[in-house]
Ligand binder design. Structure first.
Ligand SMILES: Cc1ncc(COP(=O)(O)O)c(C=O)c1O
Length: 388
């Protein structure tokens, strides 16, 4: 809808009428089943202490962008540790995952290129593809590696010298399923094109040591040359990084506008993230407990006939359908003491509004069992409200 100063109220009323107005709520009581703190590191005392100590020692803000005067020893050390963790030559920190995605796609895509994206990619990847203003921007059906390969083949035949960039989530943020990375990597390797994978929800959760989708599938830097991770999820802190060959990262640093023209991440956040990374890599019990919870939740949901998606990760959406029913179900859960946010269009396709349940190592088995009972009631309540 076109928006003039006079039509703002009407635009807001329109959102209300469609049950699509988003609201912020200050989180108070209840059990949180919608944050991305999958390993329970956000409130870990060692992580918090590292942040507090670094802030006292080095100040709160970075004072400048990385390329001016804001690059701190904590940033440098974290980048080295993230490179080692991901098995890449180098890593570059960004202030957010959104900025990392805009930066990496914009830095490597040329006006004459094709950008190919999974239809259900995170908004930041889709925005990155649109903002790159390349010759062609195409979206393929969700997880359809054959369609992606066919598009690469068609471009190769029509324009053998043009470049393409295939961009995908590793774990899809609203569905919890995994991209078919071995097949996508085979296709981009065959045509010698870029593959960018945003593994925001895979790091810490997937792989024996929390190495994410790459470790899960046994893929390396030759398969996935540009790997994005965010720090605000399983790491429990804030920020993001891109990892890859040293030359790629050097060029990224020279070109990424969302890296160059912004204040650096606070060094204290980098210090906290270094501790979080150590815990993520060494405290395997957190990952094991999370996976036991995922299994328990899925088994219980199946027994109760809840409409589960096919997800092996911490993201376990319960698909409701209409935005109105999803809101009703979310409110019923809130009354029962559970915070599970309703995700509605345009974040997800129309007709697939859902309760995005996320699990964490900090949950107890009893909390998961109680949530399952409450979910059953909430789905019934939504159905009853819909009935004439
Ligand atoms: C897949 C994915 N990529 C990127 C982001 C953005 O990361 P950030 O919150 O650090 O901007 C998110 C969510 O926030 C995400 O789910």
């Amino acid at each position: 809808m076109r928006c003039t100063p006079e039509s703002v109220d009407a635009a807001l009323r329109d959102l209300d009428a469609q049950q699509l107005r988003r609201r912020r709520e200050i989180f108070g009581s209840g059990v949180d089943f919608c944050s991305n703190d999958y390993l329970g590191l956000a409130a870990h005392p060692d992580v918090a202490a590292a942040m507090a100590n670094a802030a006292l020692a080095r100040g709160v803000g970075a004072r400048a962008s990385h390329l001016v005067n804001g690059h701190d020893a904590e940033h440098e050390a974290l980048e080295r540790e993230l490179a080692e963790f991901t098995g890449r030559e180098r890593a570059l920190l960004f202030s957010t995952g959104y900025m990392a995605n805009l930066g990496v796609v914009g830095a490597f895509a040329d006006r004459d290129d094709l950008i190919l994206e999974d239809r259900l990619n995170h908004a930041s990847l889709l925005d990155a593809g649109l903002l790159a203003r390349t010759r062609a921007f195409e979206r393929y059906a969700h997880c359809d590696a054959d369609a992606a390969a066919a598009a690469l083949r068609a471009q190769h035949e029509a324009r053998p010298n043009a470049s393409a960039m295939l961009v995908t989530d590793g774990v899809f943020s609203m569905d919890g399923d995994l991209a078919p990375l071995p097949q996508l990597a085979a296709a981009t390797r065959a045509y010698r094109q870029w593959l960018v994978v945003d593994d925001a929800h895979g790091f810490g959760v997937l792989g024996k040591t929390g190495g994410g989708c790459c470790e899960h599938f046994g893929l390396g830097a030759d398969d996935i040359p540009l790997l994005v991770g965010t720090l605000g999820k399983a790491f429990g802190t804030f920020g993001a990084f891109v990892a890859g060959d040293a030359a790629y990262i050097e060029l990224l640093m020279q070109r990424a506008r969302t890296y160059i023209y912004t204040t650096a991440l606070p060094p204290a956040v980098a210090a906290a993230t270094r501790v979080a990374l150590r815990l993520l890599r060494t405290e395997h019990w957190r990952r094991e407990r999370l996976h036991a919870h995922i299994q328990r939740f899925r088994d219980g949901a199946r027994r109760r006939g809840l409409p589960l998606a096919d997800s092996p990760t911490a993201i376990q959406p319960v698909i409701i359908g209409s935005a109105r029913d999803a809101l009703t179900a979310s409110r019923t859960l809130a009354d029962a003491g559970f915070r599970v946010v309703a995700i509605r269009p345009p974040t997800v396709p129309a007709g697939s509004a859902r309760l995005r349940v996320t699990l964490s190592a900090t949950h107890t088995e009893t909390q998961i069992d109680d949530l399952l009972s409450a979910l059953e009631g909430a789905c019934d309540a939504a159905r009853r409200e819909r009935a004439p």
